[in-house]
Design a protein around this ligand. Structure first.
Ligand code: HEC
Ligand code: HEC
Length: 324
């Protein structure tokens, strides 16, 4: 009797799992056709795109070859925009490869339309309809204003093509099914009012990855009740680092910092950009984009500060440089 019951329960369980997997594998992601036409290549647009790609939104952090033997991991010139294979130390579910975005027709985006590039950045859909692994932060970029996405694409088109073939991304079976629900087409997005400091600061905190890196990450998801409270750990071959608490908590966050101190913290790294960052050991390793963001304007950093100060203060002591 008991045996029969157990057998039936087991069969029911198998059916439920099979049904769920079947449902997930048949489910189609939300895909819109890419927009038509190409982005006009004006000098202003390319310059703006360069600043967004290299500095303010530092896409280059993931899509360029970097030298982690130096503070902040500066970009290696010959590998600018040419992609990066995520190291296994990061513990990702599979082999995740940030693509070569240079205009090389075979190994980069040279044969893509501009609409396909914009769709990949904001909707999370690759040229062939594949759902991108959401380490590519399209859940945030779907709020990126049209004019900024266009500027970035103009800059990408202006890069020298680098012929560099990486292995293809290969996401583990179950996560590959689960991420199909992540994409959501961005549609048309207007630029936020940059005069509204808090609103613009929130936009920047999303586009610049502050929320993403500074929020604890548990089982593949950001723990949003602890937004900006730090504690997300990053393990790379060059060392391990944990993000800081940047909520307004006075003792464990940045509640005691003035706006001027906040801005100066970034500007202290300008010297490293000009003269080259010093060599560091594992203890000095960081992925905080200090070098890129040291070039941000007072208005941009001030807006980020204004936004951060409106967020809930969360007490969470963090050791940012754990013993290696
Ligand atoms: C945290 C790391 C990270 C950041 C930051 C990042 N990307 Fe990505 N990006 C990735 C990864 C990883 C992939 C590949 C995902 C996959 O293959 O499933 C990717 C894929 C892409 C693709 C699609 C390429 C293809 O072959 O399908 C484009 C285009 C792209 N990124 C552009 C950008 C731009 C522009 C920015 C900045 C606004 C940016 N990325 C910022 C990690 C990142
Ligand atoms: C790629 C991950 C990453 C991104 C993106 C990122 N941070 Fe960080 N941040 C870190 C890590 C890790 C640390 C701790 C190590 C260090 O100080 O270098 C840190 C440290 C800091 C500190 C120092 C806090 C202290 O107590 O000393 C501030 C301030 C800060 N980040 C603000 C920001 C802001 C604002 C943004 C968005 C513009 C941002 N970070 C984006 C990873 C990140």
């Amino acid at each position: 009797m008991l045996k029969k019951f157990l057998l039936l329960t087991f069969l029911a369980l198998l059916l439920a799992i099979g049904g769920a997997l079947g449902y997930l594998s048949l489910r189609q992601p939300a895909v819109q056709p890419p927009r038509q036409g190409s982005v006009p290549m004006t000098e202003d647009r390319v310059a703006r795109g360069k600043y967004l790609f290299e500095n303010l939104y530092h896409c280059s952090s993931c899509h360029s070859e970097r030298d982690f033997s130096r503070f902040g991991g500066p970009t290696v010139e010959s590998g600018r925009g040419a992609g990066w294979v995520m190291p296994p130390e990061l513990g990702l579910p599979g082999r995740i490869v940030a693509s070569n975005l240079t205009p090389d027709p075979e190994t980069g985006l040279g044969s893509w339309t501009d609409g396909e590039k914009i769709r990949a950045i904001r909707d999370g859909i690759s040229r062939d309809g594949r759902v991108l692994f959401p380490m590519m932060p399209y859940e945030f970029y779907r709020e990126m204003a049209d004019e900024e996405a266009e500027a970035i694409v103009a800059y990408l088109n202006s890069l020298p093509p680098v012929r560099r073939r990486h292995p293809a991304t290969k996401i583990a079976f179950v996560p590959a099914l689960l991420i199909k629900s992540v994409p959501r087409p961005a549609g048309t997005v207007a630029m936020p009012d940059t005069g509204d400091r808090v609103r613009y600061g929130e936009y920047l905190a999303k586009m610049s990855g502050c929320i993403e890196c500074h929020t604890p990450f548990v089982r593949g998801e950001l723990l949003l009740e602890q937004k900006l409270a730090g504690g997300r750990r990053f393990d790379l071959p060059a060392g391990s680092v944990v993000s800081a608490n940047i909520t307004p908590d006075p003792s464990t966050g940045i509640g005691g910092w003035t706006e001027e101190q906040f801005i100066e913290k970034f500007y202290q790294y300008r010297d490293y950009v000009e003269n080259g960052p010093p060599a560091v050991d594992a203890q000095g390793f960081t992925i905080m984009p200090w070098l890129n963001l040291s070039q941000a304007s007072r208005e941009e950093l001030g807006a980020m500060y204004a936004y951060l100060m409106t967020q809930p203060a969360i007490r969470n002591p963090v050791e940012t440089h754990p013993a290696q």
